[in-house]
Design a protein around this ligand. Sequence first.
Ligand code: APR
Length: 318
Amino acid sequence: MPIQIVRNDITKIKCDAIDNAANNSLLGGGGVDGAIHRAAGLGLLEECRKLGGCKTGEAKITGAYKLPCKYVIHTVGPVWHGGGFGEEQLLISCYRNSLRIAKEYKCETVAFPLISAGVYGYPKDEALRIAVSEISRFLLENEMTVTIVVYDKQSFQVSKKLIADIREYIDERYIDEHFIERSNLYFDVQFPKQKTADLRDVVGSIDESFSEMLLRKIDEKGMTDAQCYKKANIDRKLFSKIRNNPGYKPSKPTAIGFAIALELPLDEATDLLLKAGYALSPSSKFDVIVEYFIRNQRYDIFEINEALFEFDQPLLGV
Ligand code: APR
């Protein structure tokens, strides 16, 4: 998946390059800067000394020394002064310049901390949204796998109301409703009450594969293939496998990602998952949360990830 969000210590991430939230001197500091310098060893500081500092919003690259990656891209984020001093533009430049350099150095995998979201005081949820939108924009035109490494839960400011709704859905409605639906399911499948299609359509829809239904839905929605798989956060190679092989069976998160990207209502999402051999299960909190969002027609993969993160569930690619 081109863009992922993980909870980890960035100094542990094995990839081509990690980004460092440095300061203008590039001579180390606290937070992630301190952690990277400690893990890399003195060689990093020696090399940084020769760089002559770095302007806010710009980025410079060095070796990684004892870190499990090839390069460190140092960038200097803006200090938050309330939002009226060009902070957003400077933060955007940090991501753009870091990604530009990573591309120049032919990096295929890059990890970012949340730049400016610590000592520099940038509101964490806004810092995360800017990171996700800038990285997503870059990935529309470039092939790279980018990981955003979130170090503390505060980075996801999930609204308390949303969490309360989901909790209620998990604890009460969902189980009852699902139980009732299950008991009716037999009849729905045997005598589809809402379907007035004749037998030909019903037989046709049973024969349709996951791939065929996916491509049909992309056409019906007036989307391009690229718009769909980017929104589902699926890379181009995987999509072309699915497109060229009608019998292809995707993973469950991939199938769910497409249902979200196509903004399918629950019955169609269930149908699409079924064609890949999956169902949303009441015994999986991940499935329950995904179903909550689909049932409420909330298709923002970022918002879904905030909720999944809050409930310590794996994330959908963002
Ligand atoms: N791995 C991943 N993320 C981390 C780690 C780590 N080991 N340590 C901290 N973070 C997270 C913080 O939780 C925060 O969300 O990195 C984000 C950026 O926080 P800071 O490191 O404080 O960076 P920033 O807010 O950009 O401030 C930069 O702090 O460390 C000094 O020298 C640095 O002066 C500069 C300033």
